[in-house]
Design a protein around this ligand. Structure first.
Ligand code: AP5
Length: 194
């Protein structure tokens, strides 16, 4: 199974991706996690993106496209994957379609997790507080000011993908405001696996 999760910051993409991985045994490919790992390791790419990510802006298309092309070409991606945070722009979606065509692969599902901005702010601030209380690392972009930039980026650059995938008859929308288990239940039903 090959699947894309769409949704604004804090909508639950990562949380639901883990449930999908547990159920179907496919790979979880999060461009956010890949970029954070590169930043933490201070690779050449990591050094370039660290400040952009902390500001809440998207990093350049070519960079994430190259990372995804490289990762999907590895053998373990053959059993399927759920993409969390990619594609995030129309250019990324077009490049991803080209990649699928070239590899002779089909995208099975695109699921949009819907949530309103007040709840997203609450989730992001809660995650930051919990990380701080447990002595863990707080994401540099998990604060009120940066969330605003992340939401603007989502609304301007990523939200057009909802229509992009709707016209390809791939889009399913799920209410991401429900408790985690209820979202999972609705998501599995939306992809015909309920
Ligand atoms: P990324 O890491 O992808 O962050 P994001 O999209 O902003 O999303 P989050 O990880 O914050 O939220 P999520 O939707 O995964 O929700 P989660 O399950 O974690 O991207 C970070 C940055 O990297 C970008 O800003 C950009 O700079 C760069 N980047 C990444 N990909 C890129 C790309 N393709 N192109 C360009 N730049 C890119 O949940 C959030 C919290 O809510 C958690 O604490 C969770 O426990 C809680 N929660 C989840 N679901 C529920 C629920 N149903 N009820 C209550 N709480 C819930």
């Amino acid at each position: 199974m090959r699947m894309v999760l769409l949704g604004p910051p804090g909508a639950g993409k990562g949380t639901q991706a883990q449930r999908i991985v547990s159920r179907f045994g496919i790979l979880h490919l999060s461009t956010g996690d890949m970029l954070r790992a590169a930043a933490a390791a201070e690779t050449c790419i990591g050094r370039k993106v660290k400040r952009m990510m902390a500001s809440g802006a998207l990093v350049p298309d070519q960079l994430v496209i190259a990372a995804i092309v490289e990762r999907i070409s590895q053998a373990d991606a053959g059993r399927g994957f759920v993409l969390d945070g990619f594609p995030r722009t129309i250019s990324q979606a077009v490049a991803f379609d080209d990649l699928l065509d070239t590899e002779g692969l089909v995208l099975d599902h695109v699921v949009e997790l819907r949530a309103d901005e007040e709840v997203l702010l609450d989730r992001i601030l809660t995650r930051a507080r919990e990380a701080m209380e447990s002595g863990g690392a707080v994401r540099a972009d998990d604060n009120r000011e940066t969330l605003k930039v992340r939401l603007d980026a989502y609304n301007e650059q990523t939200a057009p993908l909802v229509e992009y995938y709707r016209t390809r008859d791939l889009l399913r929308s799920v209410d991401g405001l429900q408790p985690v288990d209820a979202v999972t239940f609705e998501l599995f039903r939306a992809i015909g696996q309920g």
